[in-house]
Write a protein that binds this ligand. Sequence first.
Ligand SMILES: Nc1ncnc2c1ncn2[C@@H]1O[C@H](COP(=O)(O)OP(=O)(O)OP(=O)(O)O)[C@@H](O)[C@H]1O
Ligand SMILES: [Mg+2]
Length: 366
Amino acid sequence: MTEKFISIEGITKRFPAPGGGTTTVFEDLWLSMARGEFVCIIGHSGCGKTTVLNILAGLDEPSDGTVIVDNQAIEGPSLDRAVIFQGHALLPWRTVMGNVTYAVASKWRSMRKDKLQRHAQKFIDLVGLTGAEHKRPAELSGGMKQRVGIARALSIEPKIMLMDEPFSALDALTRGTLQDEVRRICLETGQTVFMITHDVDEAIYLADRVVLMTNGPEAVLAEIVENPLPKERKRTDFHKHPLYYGVRNHIIDFLVSRSKSFAAEMNERGYDRRHVPVARPGAPQVGSTRPATLDTTDPGQARGPMPVVATGTAMPAPSWPGLSPQVGSTRPAALNTTDSGQARGPMPSTSLPDEERRGCPAQGRA
Ligand SMILES: Nc1ncnc2c1ncn2[C@@H]1O[C@H](COP(=O)(O)OP(=O)(O)OP(=O)(O)O)[C@@H](O)[C@H]1O
Ligand SMILES: [Mg+2]
């Protein structure tokens, strides 16, 4: 990667602490993204993910550092950057159609009303809300409200989509459908996406890279996991790929243990905030079973040489698709699924159990 479409440069966020002084939520974060890239960020509740996203959206300012988008420092919100919020953030007095057309009209101010409505309708249909156009948010379920938020964000065809757990409130079926749609639209339109999720499988299905954030306070970006699965993966069978369990176990392992003890690793491995280590789970092992450092140039940060760790079990890879060896035995014991009532269907959910999500002492979920 040579182009830095989005460049997070040394951002820190401090808030006033209750008893005086300040709390540093995260410190000196560096990350760059290429145009058209889909990046997911995973970390425990309260580590600062939403704050990072709000800074990218221009809705919040860093205490230190800056974010450059398309060679310009962010100075506030822009219609080129659409946000799908963790809450729904709909206009309560407007209907579904009204909420979406309002956004479309802010982007294309001279668009005629009939065209506005046709454009909005396309995205309302896309998220499965056909027939609910005239309902107001109070008449909608949580999942339906979230779908309006998704339709609204997609309808302005932004260059960058910033998504804060956009699918977390949805039932499994709707979630899967929307994941497919969002992925398809993003690939087709070349959108650049920064998405927060707690769902490991969602990240593996959607993301080109998964950024792992440590627990706060003073959270850091611990590692960037490059998704080893082929880009043309499908929701129905990506979990059968021979590298799937390697990458999944690597991320779960981080969330369950390394996210809490990363400070020790930082000292041990000579961690450099500007050159966040890149992990390629499933890449050929070099030597020991511990993460090995390879001499490689980091394609993720586009900033020159940096450590790359190859982790996980290198499976004797049959060709993809049509895989034979079942690697399910590597399923980690520590993992609970949030929808354990669901059969192990096409899109197994691997959100962390609540006690793990609360790993950061700072606060509960928004
Ligand atoms: N306006 C504020 N004033 C003081 N502290 C704040 C403010 N906004 C956020 N925080 C604190 O910053 C930390 C990070 O919050 P943030 O919402 O970014 O976390 P998160 O990683 O998105 O969590 P979750 O996964 O639960 O959504 C939390 O400890 C929170 O209490
Ligand atoms: Mg959040």
